[in-house]
Ligand binder design. Structure first.
Ligand code: MTE
Length: 429
């Protein structure tokens, strides 16, 4: 399997060189953003010319709605979801009633705008671009279903999951949706391999990037910037590795909010790579940029170079309790604390729990055979003593030997928080 982000960092530098030389495209990316990246990378001497860097011009814009939960089709009962604008976070305690897989009724939703309604009978996936040997190709849902199918259990997790703890635990606020730990769900996805589809479409050896794009409305911020349709390039190496074009989730057709009729599933990568409501895929012989790999989904901040990190690829390592925040647990009673741990880079090998604010730790029982890009349930008994406030901590380790740290280096957009979460509860009398 290709290892990222190392190769992505090198690839990104090459992409910038190529853009500076007029050999990469950045439609819909503000010119100043590319110039900023170039200047920071010391590549500014070659002025980029003859490249369209206008923001998207397609007609018909619909901005993100300010009404909580508007645009999501499925019910969002408050005992299951916390609604943040156009997004809905799963309450982690609601997962205690579910098995290893997250039912669609409990799965978080991250929508830049609103869930579109697409007619699967007339839907076509268009694959186009100068990275194909022949012309553009169209695939119907029946075409995709006629290809060999792959079934894979994997999480989709937002890059900003747990962002709110930068503020509450580290006193370092970050911009973006204030997710706690519920911007993740694990499902069993079934679909065609993107590699099979690309080969049938006539992938040429010149192709370097593929850019899936959604059919939902263009993303317009509250200050009026139109970023165009949600899209993010990935290198051909990832596209040919393990990416699916999924048409089923947990044995059912994809639900409307999760990408019906077809979404990308990019295992282990940040959720933005898994484009929902897939409409087209550009296959390019030159590197591509979109706002989702320039402005967004890089690490910016004091600890990072001005151009930010390389575009984010792999997710990180986390664990969480299936308990409400500030839950009350009776003293002198044996409780079974449960939770989940997950890593994009390896299997979960250990989860430790502290019930005394981090002074001492003990190992929890693991309940699933773990694999990277999925999660593992865990549990441990606890009989609290004297009443009062307590912080419960869980700390996961994966098969690469990595353990969740005490703090995460801050980045301004609050991505990839991986520190131990201090979960406040009250021991009741
Ligand atoms: N694809 C489209 N077309 N539009 C979107 O708003 N959101 C992305 C990704 N794919 C998005 C998208 C983000 S940021 C995440 S985290 C995942 O979808 C969320 O997937 P889910 O809503 O099925 O949980």
């Amino acid at each position: 399997m290709t290892r990222f982000p190392e190769s992505e960092a090198a690839y990104d530098r090459r992409r910038l060189h190529q853009w500076a030389g007029g050999r990469a495209r950045a439609d819909g990316v503000a010119r100043r953003d590319l110039l900023r990246l170039l200047a920071a990378a010391g590549l500014a001497s070659t002025a980029p010319v003859a490249l369209s860097t206008n923001t998207a011009t397609a007609a018909g814009t619909a901005g993100a709605s300010g009404v909580a939960g508007e645009g999501i089709v499925k019910p969002l009962p408050p005992e299951r979801f916390i609604v943040h604008g156009t997004n809905a976070e799963t309450r982690f305690e609601a997962l205690a009633d579910t098995g290893h897989l997250t039912p669609a009724s409990h799965f978080f939703v991250r929508n830049h705008t609103t869930t579109p309604r697409i007619d699967a009978a007339t839907w076509r996936l268009s694959i186009w671009g100068d990275g194909l040997a022949g012309g553009a190709r169209q695939f119907s849902l029946a075409d995709l279903r006629s290809l060999p199918s792959v079934t894979r259990t994997a999480f989709v997790e937002c890059a900003g999951n747990a962002r709110n703890f930068f503020k509450t635990q580290q006193n370092q606020p970050a911009s973006g949706t204030p997710w706690t730990t519920g911007a993740i769900g694990t499902a069993r996805w079934r679909g065609a391999r993107l590699s099979d589809v690309l080969r049938r479409a006539g992938l040429s050896h010149r192709a370097v990037d593929v850019m899936p794009r959604g059919l939902d409305d263009e993303y317009v911020t509250s200050n009026g910037t139109n970023y165009g349709r949600v899209r993010r390039p990935m290198p051909v190496s990832k596209a040919l590795d393990d990416v699916l074009l999924a048409y089923e989730m947990n044995g059912e057709p994809l639900p409307l909010d999760h990408g019906y009729p077809v979404r990308v599933l990019a295992p282990s990568w940040v959720g933005i790579s898994s484009i929902k409501w897939l409409g087209d895929i550009e296959v390019s012989s030159v590197p591509l940029y979109s706002p989702w790999n320039t402005d967004f989904y890089r690490l910016y901040g004091d600890a990072y170079p001005p151009e930010g990190s390389a575009p984010l690829t792999r997710q990180t390592l986390k664990s969480a309790f299936e308990l409400p925040w500030n839950a009350t647990l009776p003293a002198h009673t044996r409780h079974r604390l449960t939770g989940r741990a997950w890593s994009a880079s390896g299997a979960i090998t250990r989860v430790e729990v502290s019930t005394d604010g981090g002074a001492s730790w003990r190992r929890a029982h693991l309940h699933d055979s773990s694999h990277p890009g999925s999660w593992t349930r865990w549990s441990t008994p606890w009989t609290p003593g004297k009443p009062g406030p307590v912080e419960l901590l869980s700390r996961a380790t994966d098969s690469t030997g990595r353990t969740q740290p005490e703090t995460t280096v801050h980045n301004t957009q609050g991505y990839l928080f991986d520190a131990v979460v201090r979960h406040a509860v009250t021991v009741g009398a």
